[in-house]
Structure formats: C-alpha cells, structure tokens
Design a protein around this ligand. Structure first.
Ligand code: G4P
Length: 527
C-alpha cells in the first residue's frame, strides 16, 4: 500500500473518563471488535484479580486506578486504529494533556446513571485547551440511567459544548433493547452473548416496520416515537465543522459491558473522526502526507518492563513514513541518531516495528537523550514542533533517603522520574543533593514517586510536605540569587538545569519579592 493510503486509514484518539465510567471496558471492547483480543473480560476484573491490558503499573493494580497512559494499535475494517489510554485520576491531568497532544480526537465516556462527573469536567477542559474533536459515549445503559434528554442537557450546560445525538437509546436498565440510528432511521436490537465476552447478535429493522412492536416491545416503540419527535425539534444538527473545532460533540449510547452499541459507535466514530491532522511547527503547519518523516516526543517512561530496566520515549509520528533503523535528526540534541528497535505497544506486550506512519505512536529506547516535546526529522528541513507546556507544580515536599548508603540509586531514580515529567525536582542553594525538593501537580504523584523509588530502584524515602504553593522562575540573566531580598517564608532553589527560582507560600510573598527587588522578572513556566 502507498504510504499516503496508510496515513489516510489511520485514526489516533484518546479515551477520557471519570474513574469507573467504563473507559477500560470500552477500550477492551473496541479491541474485541478489532480482533485484537479474543475473549473480553480476560483482561479486566478487579474481582478476578486480572487487569486490563492497559493497566500495567504495579501501583495501578494495587489501587485499581490508571495512572499512566499506554497506547494500543489494531485494525478494524480498513482502518488502523491507535488508542491512547489516559489516566483517569485527577492528579494526572498533566499526563493526560501530553497524551492528548498526540491524539487527533478524544472519546469521552460518561456513566449514564451519573452524568457529568468531576473528573470528566477537568479532562474535558484539557481537551478544550487542545481544541480537538470530542465524541461522547454514554455508557452503562444496561443499568438504570438518567433521562436521556437530561443527560444531554447536562453535557451542554456543565461542559458548555453542543450535543448532537447520532443514535438514541431504546429503554434502559434491564429493558435496554437497542439504539435508533437517526440518520438511517434504522433500529438495532441487541441480544446479549456470553456476558459480553463475545460480539453481540443484532437485528436491524427500519422505523415503521410492522414487526417493530414485537422486536422492541410496544411501550418502547411508543416512547421512542415520542422521543424522536421531540429530539428532531430540539437538538443541534450535525455539523462537521463544529465537531472539528470541538464545539459540538456527537453522542452515542450503549453498554460497554454487554457490548450493546459498541460496534455501532465504532463504525460511526471512525467515519466521523479525522485521519492524522497537520501539526504546527516553527515552519508553519506540517502536512502528515509529506514524504519526510517527522515526530515529536510526548511521553517518556522508565522501567516499563522490570526485566528490561529501560527507558522508552514515546513519539507521535507527524509526517511521512518511518523505517526501522532509520537515521533521523534530533533537533534539540542537535545531532543525528539512529532509531533502532522501535516498538509498538499492545499494552504490556511489545512488538518491534519495521515501519510506521504519520498518526502512529512508536516507543524508542532512550539512552537519556530525549526530553518531552523534542522533535525528530528525517529531512534537511530543520523545524521543531510546537512545544508541550508543563503545568506548574502546586505541591512540594522534601525527599530524604531512609538509607544513606543508596545515594547513587536514589539520585538516579529521582532524576529519571523527573525527566519523565511526572515530578519536578529542585535543590536548595549551598547544599548538595542530600536534600531534594520535589514539586508535583497532583498529590498522588508523591505516592507514585515513593512507590516507584522503592519498587524500581530499591530506595526507601521519606517525604515531608512543604508549605509552598507557588513557583516562579527568575528570568533575569546573571542575577545574584543570594542577594535577592525575599520574605522569610520564601525559598530560593534551582531546577535540574540549574535555573534559579523561588518557591512561595502565598501570592503576597510574590508581591513582596517583586517590590523589594526592582527589575526582577518572574515567570510561571520553566524553560
Ligand atoms: P474506568 O476504566 O473508566 O475506570 O472503568 P472500568 O472500565 O474499569 O469500569 C468500571 C466498572 O464499571 C467495572 O466494574 C466495569 O465492569 C463496570 N462497567 C463498565 N461498563 C459497564 C456497562 O456498560 N455496564 C455496567 N453495568 N457496568 C459497566 P467493577 O465492579 O469495578 O469491576 P468488575 O470486577 O465488574 O470488572
């Protein structure tokens, strides 16, 4: 197949949801329909102590939460699909943001009995920042659900996005029979098979078909007719342009657990969502169809596989085709490198890839040269992709080793974890690396840090919370930090790259620093 056709058939998206809304189950069912797994349920189930393909980290298993993102690729019909899994927990919005940088659209899973939950709101905001198309899958229709109109209204008012239902549920709870397709006016009636472990059986009939009463029940039929009338008068029209700009979300209904509505969703979604989109660079927009390979690093993860003790840089290919062993130019490192043994992930299982195309995510072995946001190019054109902003840490703690003999491992561990971008580390002036200050966006990252230092590097640490809430980098060059006049509750520190910065307990202290030091320039973002 021509490389352009390969790119065209790619669909790269992320799934977001409040924990427990069914993101993992939906992902698994999409894999089931794509033939990537045989028996759904084999990968998930806290009760059976088996875990979803995408939940691989120890801490995720222990707590039943997804804290890092992984990538899965599979084929469905003529499409090649890349699903980016995102952590559901609120403390990991930063990781989600980076993952969304690599996606062309997002699927938002909502629990039909709960509606828009807290974390949905936060993740949705992150999607809006990226301005990408958002598709909604209202899940768990096999349980008692909120009124469908109310659910749509909630999405519109709470999230501020217009909704356009593509299909409509027929009944809910035990009475959930199927969905009505508003465009084709077809009704799909589902029949459960193997508790959702296998694809569902379906019957499809047209609205108005005389057999409809017997297929979905007379009551359901009557309610459906009423609802369709109401809906056609009230809801927004489907508008591709609005969807493309994240202003309108197409809505689907179903039950990931029983597979009801999953394939229907997948088929429509694949048609509606885009093939890889152009990306902004220092030379303007780069077309994915360009012959030359280019990519950017959006995630770095150490020790994904304990047996390998390695570090993987995940990159999204933005244009052209990638061949194994290819020589590329690493823009930020300013040198040529060979990308050997690139890998694609099927969650825990890795496969070496020979070729990959724009839209794909590959993981390459990282000897410690990559940083998040780095650009790789195969051409002589030396552009860099637009950077990925980092969120400023809001919680700080002092980290101390319990066993001072393990200094080397401690420094290695904490530096590597910081390079992944999950935490930021700072050092006080005039002290060695005995005491390190760590800053995180969400407090759960402290637990992850402690856990990972112990399990991956064999280092036990103590974390003592610090009262700082604001961080500002000092922009003035050649400044003598020790002579700066600051309030006594302000701390002077430097980051990994040696840049000076100040930690403040409140906004008032920031003001004091600015007033006492004329010409001082403070910035919220690190370089
Ligand atoms: P998450 O990744 O968004 O956190 O959600 P996940 O898929 O793990 O689903 C959370 C719980 O909701 C699971 O139950 C799952 O089985 C259930 N679930 C997912 N989709 C549906 C659905 O369509 N209908 C119903 N009724 N339940 C659904 P659990 O009890 O936490 O785990 P398990 O032991 O049942 O797997």
């Amino acid at each position: 197949m021509d490389y352009k056709q390969e790119i065209k058939r790619r669909r790269t998206f992320a799934i977001i949801s409040h924990p427990d809304a069914g993101k993992t189950t939906l992902t698994e069912k999409l894999l089931l329909y794509g033939g990537a797994i045989n028996l759904a349920g084999s990968v998930k189930g806290k009760k059976t102590d088996k875990h979803a393909v995408s939940d691989w980290m120890e801490i995720e298993k222990q707590r039943g939460i997804s804290v890092t993102s992984s990538v899965m690729q599979f084929n469905y019909e003529d499409y090649c699909i890349n699903i980016l899994d995102t952590p559901g927990h609120q403390d990991f919005s930063e990781d989600t943001y980076r993952t969304l940088m690599a996606a062309d659209s997002a699927v938002m899973v909502i629990d039909a009995s709960k509606g828009v939950e807290n974390q949905t709101k936060k993740l949705f905001k992150v999607c809006v920042m990226r301005n990408i198309p958002i598709f909604t899958f209202i899940n768990k229709l096999d349980r008692e659900a909120k009124n469908t109109f109310e659910l749509l209204d909630e999405i519109e008012t709470v999230l501020g996005i217009q909704t356009c239902p593509i299909n409509w549920p027929i009944g809910s709870g035990k009475n959930f029979k199927g969905v009505y397709d508003r465009e084709t006016k077809h009704i799909t009636r589902f029949f459960a098979a193997n508790n959702g472990q296998k694809e569902v059986d379906t019957i499809e009939v047209e609205l108005g078909d005389p057999s409809l009463d017997s297929i979905i029940g007379k009551d359901n039929h009557d309610i459906l007719s009423e609802e369709i009338e109401l809906l056609d008068g009230a809801s927004s029209e489907f508008d591709e342009e609005l969807v493309r700009n994240g202003k309108l979300t197409p809505v689907f209904f179903g039950s990931a657990l029983t597979n009801f509505g999953v394939e229907t969703f997948l088929k429509h979604f694949l048609k509606m969502t885009t093939s890889p989109l152009p990306r902004m660079s220092s030379e303007g927009k780069i077309d994915p169809m360009e012959n030359d390979f280019s990519a950017f690093v959006f995630k770095i993860q150490a020790n994904m596989n304990k047996a390998h003790r390695d570090r993987i840089a995940f990159m999204r290919i933005c244009s052209g085709k990638f061949n194994a062993g290819m020589e590329v130019y690493h823009m930020q490192g300013n040198k040529k490198i060979r990308l050997s043994q690139p890998q694609q992930l099927m969650a825990q299982e890795r496969q070496i890839v020979e070729e990959a195309y724009a839209g794909d995510i590959i993981g390459v072995f990282d000897p410690g040269i990559f940083s998040i946001g780095d650009t790789l190019n195969s051409s002589d054109r030396k552009f860099i992709y637009e950077g990925i902003p980092t969120f400023s840490p809001e919680h700080f703690a002092k980290v101390r080793q319990a066993d001072t003999m393990k200094r080397k491992q401690f420094l290695k561990g904490i530096t590597q974890i910081a390079q992944e971008g999950a935490i930021q580390i700072f050092q006080e002036y005039n002290t060695g690396m005995e005491e390190i200050i760590v800053g995180v966006v969400g407090v759960l990252q402290f637990d992850v840090l402690k856990f990972r230092l112990e399990s991956e590097y064999g280092v036990e640490v103590r974390l003592d919370p610090l009262p700082y809430e604001f961080i500002r980098w000092i922009e003035n060059k050649d400044i003598d930090v020790s002579s700066l006049g600051v309030s006594s509750d302000t701390k002077k520190v430097k980051d990994l790259k040696g840049n000076p910065l100040l930690l403040f307990v409140n906004r008032w202290s920031i003001q004091t620093a600015l007033e006492r030091n004329k010409g001082l320039i403070l910035s919220e973002f690190g370089r």
